[in-house]
Write a protein that binds this ligand. Structure first.
Ligand code: ADP
Ligand code: MG
Length: 289
C-alpha cells in the first residue's frame, strides 16, 4: 500500500497544478540532482512575436506569411501557432494544404495550391531545398528564425523574438537550493539563439541543434551522474521525457504526446510550479520514511 503521506503529497501538488502520476514518481521527484530544460515553450514563454520578414524572391511579406501559416496550421509547435496567429491578425485567410507532413521540432512540408512548400528551422528548410545553408543577414544571433521554401527555392525568413519566462533566474536559484545542482539547456534550435536566450542564467551546459534522439542521448548520459529531470513541451521532447528519471511536460499548451510520456504534468503554463512540486515531494518523502 502507498503511505498516507505520499497520497497527501500527490493531492497537495495537484492543488498547485502539478499532476504527479503516482507514488513512485513522487519519490523520484524528491531525489532529482540534474535538470535538463527544453527551450522553446519551456524556458521561453512560447508566444513569440514576429520582428521582421525578410523577402528572398518576389513574394511579398503577406504572401510569405500566407504560405508559412497555411502549412503551420498542421503543427502544434508554439512557433507554428504564433505564425498562424500573426497571419490571422493581418486578416490573411488561410487555405487548407492538399497534403502535409510534419517533422516534429524541425518543420512541415506540404502542397498548397499545387506548389511545394516547406516551413521550419533554417537548417531543416535549407536541407529540404538542397542548399548548403540558409545564408542571410537576418539569420542573426539571438533571434528565432523560420525559413520558407516554395517550389524548391528560398522564399524568405520570418524573424521572431521568443522571450524567457519572467522570473527564470529566481526559479533556477530556488531549484539549486532544493538540491538540483546541475542545470542544462537542450534545444532543437540553433546555438546562437540558445546562447543569447540563456545568457546570464549561469547554466552548467547549453546543448543546441539537437534532434529528438540526441535529446534522449543527453538524458541517458547525464543519468550516469545522478537522477535526471527533463522538462519539455513538444512532440520532439516525448522520447527524452520517457528516458529521464522524471519527465515533466508543460501540459497547458504543450503537445499531448509529451504529457503522455511524462511522469509529471504542469497543468498551468508556469514553469515555476517545479518549485512547489519538488518541495512537496521532498516533504512527503521525509514524512513517509
Ligand atoms: P526546442 O527544442 O527548444 O523546443 P524546437 O526544436 O521545437 O525547439 O524548435 C527549434 C526551431 O525549429 C524553432 O525555433 C523553429 O525555427 C523551428 N521549427 C520547428 N518546428 C516548426 C514549425 N512547425 N514551424 C516553424 N518552425 C518550426
Ligand atoms: Mg519545445
Amino acid at each position: 500500500a502507498v503511505p498516507v503521506a505520499l497520497v497527501a503529497g500527490l493531492s497537495r501538488a495537484a492543488h498547485f497544478g502539478v499532476l504527479i502520476k503516482g507514488a513512485k514518481p513522487l519519490e523520484a521527484l524528491a531525489r532529482i540532482t540534474t535538470l535538463i530544460l527544453d527551450k522553446t515553450g519551456t524556458l521561453t514563454d512560447g508566444r513569440p512575436q514576429i520582428v521582421s520578414i525578410d523577402r528572398h524572391g518576389d513574394m511579398s511579406e503577406d504572401e510569405i506569411l500566407y504560405f508559412a501559416a497555411a502549412l503551420d496550421q498542421a503543427s502544434k509547435h508554439p512557433i507554428a501557432q504564433a505564425i498562424v496567429g500573426a497571419a490571422q491578425a493581418r486578416g490573411i485567410a488561410l487555405p487548407i494544404p492538399a497534403s502535409v507532413l510534419e517533422m516534429p521540432g524541425e518543420g512541415v512540408t506540404g502542397i498548397i495550391e499545387g506548389r511545394r512548400v516547406v516551413v521550419g528551422g533554417t537548417g531543416f528548410v535549407a536541407a529540404q531545398l538542397g542548399m548548403a545553408k540558409a545564408e542571410s543577414a537576418v539569420v542573426e544571433a539571438g533571434s528565432v528564425v523560420v525559413s520558407l521554401g516554395v517550389d524548391g527555392k528560398l522564399a524568405g525568413h520570418i524573424v521572431m523574438a521568443d522571450a524567457l519566462r519572467a522570473g527564470t533566474a529566481e526559479l533556477l536559484s530556488g531549484l539549486r537550493d532544493l538540491g538540483v545542482g546541475r542545470i542544462l539547456l537542450a534545444t532543437g534550435d540553433r546555438r546562437a539563439v540558445a546562447e543569447a536566450v540563456t545568457a546570464g542564467l549561469g547554466l552548467d551546459a547549453v546543448r543546441a541543434d539537437l534532434t529528438p534522439d540526441q535529446k534522449v542521448l543527453l538524458v541517458l548520459t547525464e543519468r550516469k551522474n545522478g537522477p535526471v529531470m527533463m522538462v519539455g513541451d513538444g512532440v520532439n521532447d516525448a522520447p527524452a521525457l520517457a528516458a529521464a528519471d522524471i519527465g515533466v511536460a508543460m501540459g497547458a499548451r504543450g503537445a499531448a504526446a509529451s504529457a503522455e510520456a511524462a511522469d509529471v504534468v504542469l497543468l498551468v503554463d508556469q514553469l515555476d510550479r517545479l518549485l512547489p512540486g519538488i518541495e512537496i515531494a521532498q516533504r512527503s518523502r521525509r514524512i513517509a520514511l
